[in-house]
Design a protein around this ligand. Sequence first.
Ligand code: SF4
Length: 235
Amino acid sequence: MSDDATYHKELLTADCQMNHQNPQKAKTGKLSWRGTLTSVQPRIRLLRSFDERHHTYLGYVLRVQGAIDHEEREFAIGIGKAAQARHQFRYGDLVSGQSSPVADVRREPVEFYKTSTLAVLERSVAFQSRQSPCQGIPPELPIYRQRGHRRLDANTYKAKCRSCIWGCRMAVEIIIDQWNPDTKRYRFETFCYGPRSCPLYRAGATRKVPGRKGIVWEEEDWVDEEAVAHRGVDE
Ligand code: SF4
């Protein structure tokens, strides 16, 4: 099992345990939560069809260390771009809200979404970590699109990049056969939108995209190089 698959299984297991404990709330009601933001990153879904890819910019991911429905743990909340513009969430903020479990966990990089009653209870002071270059307020979504991304090793993401505004763990849908687009496979991939000079960056293995009749597209290094070629190494 890949690192990304293991990581997502951990999230699913935690989510399933919670749903088992509170089946009625999980089905019908929003869950109250409160905690400290351990990261704010873009919430993006990637659609792959062999060598083609299309991004859907859903909003932002708030990763929270705190309590949801009275259970202490880390969890991921999906919000829209308007909520981020209004609240300007950043690493270290103490926040609260109410959210619903996602309907299809394969298509979302978060466990909860449809968030309401969002509030910043305590604003963090500006924070600059020695570990990660950027833990401030993330930019608007068009900036991510304009910057472009490089693939990011899943283990590096877990160990070094989870709190960086330039890190992104995308939900990926893969259309195997373009003549049968309703049949899809799902997985998660991690990417870096940050400066090419970041010393923490590790590309990891190239990504392979399955296609018709067992043919596989390998996304080689030139794809990443082309995607960020318009930026200087420190941008
Ligand atoms: S590699 Fe990218 S995502 Fe990770 S810390 Fe550096 S800039 Fe951030």
